[in-house]
Design a binder for this molecule. Structure first.
Ligand code: NOJ
Length: 572
């Protein structure tokens, strides 16, 4: 038999302790929102998919004429990404179109969501400079191959990899001039691929672009413009989204008959105390500063009132002449309103929210203090992977119902949902992921029964891949990717088998059947684990860190103890 090869990182234990201390004075058992499992199926035609993004999976960062993106530059700077990982080769997805489509066939996916790398097809980001035919050819090949296999492509135009030239020349999303460049890029995509692509997503998760790219600097381009950077970025992104929607609407829709939407991330905020008005309002603010920041202009023409109030008031208190939240002119408002044929939702987790005042100091302005709230987690929530990702299925149903109520029940596609693991070893038996998918998809089913108009679901992600500032340390994939091996082979985790059954049954037909799924999904994974772990290079590296290092350390400690005892004895 093999030695256990998995070590859960120490930081998990630490995190739990931190959470426990934060939760000390609150009785979490009062807040149990769990409810029972719902057996039933999805409406016919419901679309099942999986997702990826260009920088996270393609690799080939400098091949075939591709230009630099802000993520190429950011990840090459030391200290920006965990262990200085980069997306240089990642999953080598650029070279593995056929292999990856066959993985999708194995799952019997209805759709595949991927993104187009802007600098791969327009190296400087400026269309009049140069168009890279080789890049166009790659996406043609991918799209054609998907369609040959009856898999609908859902294509994101911007999944964070801005051409570096646009960042250097204009300051990226800080500068309104980028709106036209983005529109040119989008038009090129409609022209080249729009005869075959019918689902377009302008932006993926602009909240992260704004907050992590230009406010905290954890993501590329790594700018820390606290209190203003995120709002200005978001403002230009919203304008760019609207412009592209209008371009499609007036120039392409007639011929191509597709849809243009945006993918917003929305985590759910639940009041810590549902009987406390302050907590209720704080939780509402949390969601408005997340999803509402982008969805409200797009559906209703302007920012949420609560954002205008809070940021405006704080800006005045800080002695500023105008709000740090930019405003739209009335023309812009009507231009932006209604620019969404379907809404993409990326959802992973939930927080408990309580009211917390942050005094408006002059230098201390920030997106986070503008909200006047604190986020808490229930220490009993499972968090198998990314630090921020607690599994709270019921939050998903609440978020979906919120979207229905706030934005007039728009057509929805879940564009991202899934969970990571932080194992330093091969682990194909991902029973926590099985549970996560099972329970989140079940809550989505309940939301559909509530009347929410969800048309499709995208598991995030098809493959393990580059997880931004966390490098390769967080694995979201249904398929395990061996990044140590040059050829980046893919191996199915047990969740592949489970998701496959959800898809083939279009839901959860009945208790008797569903209960057999997990056992059947995990039947072969442990033997595959062992085979994989027995790979000579892998086992050599793991031997060193998991066996040799601890053994040598223990021996050293023992020897010094013996030596000390020896010294003491001689003294006596
Ligand atoms: C949202 C991002 O869009 C995606 O790229 C990332 O992998 C997931 N969050 C998980 O962190």
């Amino acid at each position: 038999t093999m030695l256990p090869r998995c070590a859960a990182p120490v930081c998990h234990v630490l995190l739990l302790v931190l959470c426990l201390s934060a939760a000390e004075d609150f009785d979490w058992t009062k807040n149990d929102r769990s409810s029972s499992f719902y057996y039933g199926t999805f409406p016919t035609g419901f679309s099942w998919g999986a997702g990826s993004s260009a920088y996270q999976t393609e690799g080939a960062w400098d091949k075939d004429g591709k230009g630099l993106s802000i993520w190429d530059v950011f990840s090459h700077k030391k200290g920006r990404v965990l262990r200085n990982d980069t997306g240089d080769s990642s999953c080598e997805g650029y070279y593995k179109v056929k292999d990856d489509v066959s993985l999708m066939n194995e799952l019997k996916l209805n759709h595949y969501r991927f993104s187009i790398s802007w600098p791969r097809i327009i190296p400087t980001g400026i269309k009049s400079d140069h168009i890279n035919e080789k890049g166009i050819q790659y996406y043609n090949e991918l799209i054609d191959h998907l369609l040959e296999n009856k898999i609908t492509p859902i294509v994101t135009l911007y999944h964070w990899d801005l051409p570096q030239v646009l960042q250097e020349k204009y300051g990226g999303w800080q500068n309104v001039s980028i709106v036209n460049h983005f529109n040119d890029f989008a038009s090129l995509c409609f022209e080249k691929f729009g005869n075959r692509v019918k689902y377009w997503i302008t932006f993926n998760n602009p909240w992260s672009v704004a907050v992590e790219g230009y406010e905290t600097g954890e993501h590329a381009p790594g700018l820390k413009m606290r209190g203003t950077g995120a709002y200005r970025t978001a403002h230009n992104i919203i304008k760019a989204h609207a412009k592209v929607w209008h371009t499609y609407d007036t120039q392409w829709r007639g011929r191509q008959k597709g849809l243009v939407g945006i993918s917003l991330s929305g985590e759910w905020g639940e009041p810590v105390d549902i009987n406390n008005q302050k907590d209720i309002e704080a939780a509402e603010r949390y969601v408005q500063f997340y999803l509402g920041w982008f969805a409200t202009p797009i559906f209703h023409g302007d920012y949420p009132q609560v954002m205008k109030d809070y940021i405006g008031r704080k800006s005045t208190q800080q002695g500023l002449g105008s709000s740090r939240l930019p405003s739209f002119s009335s023309q812009e408002k009507s231009y932006i309103k209604g620019t969404c044929d379907f809404l993409g939702i990326g959802h992973f987790t939930t927080r408990y929210i309580t009211q917390k005042n942050y005094p408006a100091s002059r230098g201390g302005a920030s997106f986070f203090t503008d909200r006047d709230l604190a986020e808490l987690v229930d220490p009993r929530w499972p968090d198998p992977g990314s630090e921020w990702l607690y599994s709270v299925p019921w939050g998903f149903r609440r978020l979906l119902n919120f979207v229905k109520a706030q934005y007039g029940n728009p057509m929805l596609y879940v564009t991202e949902n899934g969970v990571s693991e932080k194992m330093q070893c091969t682990e194909l038996c991902d029973d926590w992921r099985i549970k996560y998918y099972r329970d989140y998809i079940n809550e989505m089913l309940k939301a559909i029964k509530d009347g929410v108009n969800v048309r499709g679901y995208t598991a995030w992600s098809l493959l393990d891949k580059f997880e931004w500032d966390e490098g390769y340390s967080e694995r979201f994939g249904l398929y395990y990717v061996d990044f140590r091996s040059k050829n980046k082979p893919r191996y199915p985790k047990a969740s592949v088998q489970y998701y496959k059954r959800i898809i083939s049954s279009n839901g959860f037909p009945n208790q008797r059947e569903v209960e057999t799924w997990k056992r059947r999904a995990t039947e072969t994974c442990s033997s595959s684990n062992q085979l994989l772990a027995a790979d000579p290079l892998t086992s050599h590296m793991e031997m060193v860190t998991e066996i040799v290092v601890p053994t040598v350390c223990t021996l050293c400690i023992l020897l010094s103890a013996v030596f000390l005892m020896f010294l003491l004895r001689r003294r006596n």
